[in-house]
Design a protein around this ligand. Structure first.
Ligand code: NAD
Ligand code: GLY
Length: 359
């Protein structure tokens, strides 16, 4: 169960999923041939919890370790933070022979990954994800980047890590809200590509919410496996990889109009999935029963399925700013029943009408 491979020719890497995996970080970095100094990029919250364990493991394997902290929060996933990281990398003497360790959730992973992708034209990096969302999604697949004031993740690079190390024990300190937000991305995989996994989530939601270790390993392992399969077929999102954006188009729009503060990413995706399922019903791709089943699982996982209050014009503008928009049309991912995706093209206006957001 413990090690999965992402097969991308010379960019291939392993995902290690193991309780207590942090202790093996140093030796695993050596095993994949990483040398020089380890620049651990984290935030104050995660560094206080796991910085020492990470340092001990890296030093135990003979690495010199530099610590770089970025402020905690999506609002800091920006160019000012990135510039500060560059300053810190320079001050620490991180050169082309060194590597970055991203220790934290999706924000740290995206910023640290992008810093690694661009520092001295690219140095290797390792993902050590510590939120459920990062363990099942953002640490795998090589999307790195920062937000622009006009839109989320507008600046970035595809840059694969050399290793992903998932220690499920780090989830013990994660607050319940963030844990549930991560479940939205887990449900996503079931809805678009894996009906038996969706059924597993339905049957085991109590064990998952109770953070039963076996249930956690199963959902993280299956999510990473499904994501790896998609990324292996379409690393740079020429087509298929867009299915992983299920729930994200409208979810991002709600996240953006909330100023990235009322809703956390996974909560916005949960709402986006309900709306995507509504559109799927309107398009004749799935039944009302499927929509109810999807909404019920989301709700059972402790996520709100209520559509937040919104200003229609603001929402339309936010949808139109979507990266997947081409010539006014957006590639929109729907569910065909449960366990299969469909790709449609619609204008933002049509999406709002089909998802019954016309009021
Ligand atoms: P996050 O990184 O903001 O982490 C959430 C909170 O949990 C933060 O306050 C963090 O400090 C804290 N935290 C992290 N680990 C902890 C732990 N073990 N114990 C206690 N607290 C902990 O949020 P996130 O949900 O992990 O990531 C969201 C980001 O990921 C967004 O920016 C989103 O765009 C990005 N994302 C990227 C991809 C990708 O493919 N690159 C995919 C999905 C999402
Ligand atoms: N989270 C979407 C992707 O990695 O493509």
């Amino acid at each position: 169960m413990g090690v999965l491979s992402v097969n991308l020719a010379e960019n291939s890497y392993d995902i290690v999923i193991e309780p207590g995996a942090l202790a093996s970080l140093g030796e695993r970095c050596r095993a994949v041939g990483l040398n020089g100094m380890a620049a651990v990029i984290s935030n104050p919250t995660v560094a206080a919890l796991y910085g020492t364990a990470v340092q001990r493991s890296l030093e135990g394997a003979g690495y010199r370790v530099a610590h770089i902290e970025i402020p905690d929060g999506e609002e800091y996933k920006n160019s000012a933070t990135l510039n500060q990281v560059y300053d810190d990398l320079l001050a620490a003497g991180v050169d082309r022979g060194s590597f970055v360790v991203a220790l934290g959730g999706g924000v740290v992973g995206d910023v640290a990954g992008y810093a690694a992708a661009t520092w001295m034209r690219g140095i290797p990096f390792v993902q050590v994800p510590t939120t459920l969302l990062a363990q099942v999604d953002s640490s795998v697949g090589g999307k790195t980047g920062i937000d622009h004031p006009k839109g989320k993740n507008l600046i970035g690079a595809f840059y694969q890590p050399r290793l992903v190390l998932v220690d499920i024990e780090t989830l013990v300190t994660l607050d319940q809200r963030q844990f549930r937000a991560g479940l939205a991305e887990v449900i996503k995989y079931g809805v678009i590509i894996d009906l038996p996994f969706f059924e597993f989530l339905e049957t085991n939601s109590s064990a998952i919410l109770a953070m039963d270790a076996d249930a956690l390993i199963k959902i993280i392992h299956r999510s990473c496996q499904l994501k790896a399969q998609v990324v292996e077929l379409d690393e740079k999102e020429a087509g298929l990889r867009a299915i992983l954006n299920y729930g994200h188009t409208l979810g991002h729009a709600f996240e953006s109009i909330s100023g990235y503060c009322t809703l956390v990413h996974g909560e916005a995706v949960a709402i986006g999935m309900v709306l995507a399922a509504r559109i799927s019903v309107a398009e004749g791709l799935c039944s009302q029963e499927d929509l109810t089943r999807i909404s019920s699982l989301i709700a059972r996982c402790g996520l709100s399925v209520e559509i937040p209050h919104y200003d229609r014009k603001q929402l339309l503008n936010a949808v139109a700013a979507d990266k997947k928009s081409k010539g006014g049309n957006i590639t929109f991912i729907c569910n065909r029943g449960i366990g299969m995706y469909a790709m449609l093209h619609h204008t933002p206006e049509e999406l709002l009408i089909l998802s019954r957001l016309e009021a």
